[in-house]
Write a protein that binds this ligand. Structure first.
Ligand SMILES: Nc1ncnc2c1ncn2[C@@H]1O[C@H](COP(=O)(O)OP(=O)(O)O)[C@@H](O)[C@H]1O
Ligand SMILES: N[C@@H](CCC(=O)OP(=O)(O)O)C(=O)O
Length: 388
């Protein structure tokens, strides 16, 4: 972990800035005050990932219940996002801070060019002393391109920008062993284990979306990216500034801090692992599995079968016959081409398509092996819904 913290991503959950009546300016102002202090007194770069569009739109449109259908949610988000950003703008303007609205979809992370564009734009905003305020572009997202939750989005943004700290503000003291007992708070987590995942009961609060389980998914991403993640109770006065001071002094006594791995994954491998949606699955034999674990590329000879419909450059999952997930990577062949060469030796493939086929089906630089990092989801033999 870095000694000094320069760049902080702060994720604000719906419950931290809104209530039944929409945006709660008092709650939002508490956050604005602390961000101002971090920026001016402690000289930090701050990026906010803020939820609250649906909660704001819901009250504007007079919904008495949590919107249910996708189109209801999208309508609320379309109305509410404007309200949300204008409230932030007004409160930050009083502090002489400019804000920018950034709306992202999963596509912006999976398309390498757009991913790098988002990186450049956000850096340019930081250089201009602007606070970017990011949210998912709910109005246009369908299941296909949905990131799903702002906890995961905040970890993606922190990873993209190589932040030094990710803070998730919520309506709980942190990760609790027993949800009803604030004294059961866990202060430090070194690794997100299945036992820990069992503590997340799957429910979210009245306004929230992802609950604790999506915060644990975010922890896996930030963990692999070498970034500490701290969950804090937004309702406590001055909690963000206090926590940042403490973390800089390696004190982890406020909220729950997930410590990062010493050895972080490379940016490209993080992009492969966390930003792309698998389009297929390759089943490999034991010899191939051994080779992959030793850091070699995947060759056609070790592939037993495949599923899915993918093109060159798409992400596929690599599993063994038992359905165990070995890793994931970018393929050099389409599924149609690959069907013709699986099980074949390299010299047989080189005659394929007039010698144009590359030797590797997945080059090791484009391959992330499960054993090399932790916190991967186990294979469930259905690649389509297996994504972080
Ligand atoms: N083990 C746990 N410890 C703390 N909170 C938990 C746990 N399991 C589930 N939760 C739920 O997670 C909720 C916070 O997530 P969420 O509702 O998505 O809020 P936010 O809008 O802040 O993201 C809490 O209100 C709580 O009900
Ligand atoms: N994009 C949605 C928020 C989705 C979300 O993750 O909400 P939350 O669990 O409150 O952080 C919105 O602005 O309402």
């Amino acid at each position: 972990m870095k000694d000094r913290i320069y760049k902080i991503v702060i994720k604000v959950g719906s419950s931290s800035i809104a209530d039944e009546n929409g945006i709660n300016v008092g709650k939002m102002n508490k956050i604005v005050e602390q961000v101002t202090e971090l920026k001016f007194k402690r000289k930090k770069d701050i990026i906010i990932v803020s939820s609250g569009a649906i909660a704001a739109g819901k009250s504007e449109l007079g919904y008495r219940y949590k919107p249910y259908s996708v189109s209801e949610k999208q309508a609320c988000a379309a109305v509410g996002q404007g309200v949300l950003i204008s409230k932030y703008r007004d409160l930050f303007a009083v502090k002489n801070i400019k804000v920018a609205q950034i709306l992202l979809t999963a596509d912006d992370f999976s398309n390498r060019q757009r991913y790098l564009n988002a990186y450049n734009t956000m850096n340019a905003l930081l250089e201009n002393d602007v606070v970017p305020i990011v949210n998912e572009n709910d109005t246009v997202t369908t299941d296909e391109i949905k990131l799903g939750d702002n906890d995961v989005l905040s970890a993606q943004v922190a990873s993209l920008l190589e932040a030094d700290l990710l803070i998730i503000l919520s309506d709980i003291p942190g990760l609790l062993k027993n949800l009803g007992n604030p004294k059961s708070l866990i202060n430090i987590v070194e690794e997100v284990t299945p036992e820990l995942e069992n503590l997340a009961n799957g429910k979210s609060g009245k306004l929230g979306t992802g609950g604790m389980s999506s915060k644990l998914k975010a922890a896996k991403i930030s963990n692999a990216s070498g970034i500490p993640l701290t969950i804090l109770p937004s309702y406590e006065e001055g909690i963000i500034t206090k926590a940042v001071d403490n973390i800089e002094n390696t004190k982890f006594n406020i909220g729950t801090t997930f410590l990062p791995k010493d050895k972080k994954m490379s940016k490209r491998k993080r992009w492969i692992q966390f930003s792309l949606k698998p389009k297929g699955e390759l089943i490999v034999d034991n010899g191939a599995r051994e080779a992959l674990l030793k850091g070699k590329s995947l060759l056609a000879v070790g592939i037993v079968s495949l599923t899915g419909n993918f093109s060159i450059g798409d992400l596929v999952i690599v599993s063994n016959k038992k359905g165990e997930n070995i890793g994931r990577g970018l393929v050099n062949y389409s599924s149609k081409e690959l069907k013709e060469i699986i099980g074949k030796k390299t010299n047989e493939i080189l005659t394929f398509k007039d010698n144009v086929g590359p030797e590797e089906v997945i080059h090791r630089d484009n391959l992330v092996i499960m054993e090399a990092t932790e916190g991967f989801e186990p294979s469930n033999n259905g690649f389509a819904d297996r994504r972080l």
